[in-house]
Design a protein around this ligand. Structure first.
Ligand code: ATP
Ligand code: MG
Length: 259
């Protein structure tokens, strides 16, 4: 089965995102009026210094963290709603379902289940998505082989190296062919060769399946595959540069939020 989505169409649009955290008695402003969009078929890279708000931005865009202000439309769904009588956005349960159906995540901490083997980590998600056990197993095996873990499928996280754990998390995210793929430092624990494998897989998710790949990274290996590089500093987007021409012209059938 191969799912694809129209390249060049906006997959995520965020407007005026603000997020602050309370630390002790003061607040720190982590996102300051951030506007963001990402297209199907693009690898969009988000770069910036430690603490600049990259992971917070990804969490708001993917339905994991409610912003204090602003809007996120992901796949034309208003995730958070707006103030003053505007729609309320999705309930917690609907947000969970939205992520399960549409989003792949590769996170800094891997988020693997300690008791499950590599194969089970991947099949579990696919079964939740509604695939039969046999189909889920076949998809999981393919995804694990693609990240070079064909011989490690029955090992649990404690029996895997850091790089292998990272590759399990990547296989789990890619196996369901998500429309939106959020990656936060996906190659940080990988050597040159495995870093290249993962970079190519992220690129393929965008180019062959039309996923919108949003990738936080400092890794120059990934920059060579990026279509667009966005720099964020101190909660603000400073620079937004397209480094390849868009695969198709940006569709104009959906207006920017609030426009
Ligand atoms: N739950 C929280 N409570 C309080 N402060 C937080 C919380 N989450 C993040 N922060 C603060 O918000 C700022 C931005 O954090 P964020 O994780 O988005 O940074 P980042 O750009 O991803 O950094 P890194 O490159 O180190 O991963 C940091 O100063 C961090 O300490
Ligand atoms: Mg981070």
């Amino acid at each position: 089965m191969s799912v694809s989505f129209p390249a060049g169409k906006r997959a995520v649009v965020a407007k005026g995102l603000n997020k602050r955290f309370k630390t002790g008695r003061t607040y720190i402003e982590v996102l300051k009026d951030v506007d963001f969009d990402a297209l199907h078929g693009d690898v969009t890279m988000v770069m910036g210094p430690s603490g600049s708000g990259k992971s917070t931005l990804v969490a708001c865009l993917s339905g994991l963290l409610r912003p204090d202000a602003g809007k996120v439309e992901a796949l034309s769904v208003d995730l958070w709603g707006g103030p003053d009588g505007r729609p309320k956005g999705l309930s917690a349960g609907k947000l969970d379902r939205f992520r399960l159906d549409n989003c792949g995540f590769i996170f800094q901490g891997f988020n693997l289940f300690p008791a499950l083997s590599a194969l089970q980590q991947v099949t579990t998600v696919l079964k939740y998505q509604g695939h039969s056990p046999d189909k889920a197993r076949a998809m999981a095996v393919t995804a694990l082989e693609e990240v070079g873990l064909g011989k490690r499928m029955n090992q649990k996280p404690a029996e895997l190296s850091g790089g292998e754990k990272q590759r399990v998390a990547i296989a789990r995210a890619l196996a369901k062919q998500p429309k939106l793929l959020f990656a936060d430092e996906p190659t940080s624990a990988l050597d040159g060769e495995n870093g290249q494998v993962v970079t190519r897989l992220l690129h393929r998710a965008a180019k062959e399946h039309g996923a919108a790949v949003i990738c936080v990274t400092h890794d120059p290996r990934l920059e060579t595959f990026a279509d667009r590089v966005i720099h964020i500093e101190d909660g603000r987007i400073l620079d937004d540069r397209r480094v390849t021409s868009a695969s198709t012209t940006v569709s104009s059938d959906r207006p920017l939020i609030g426009a």
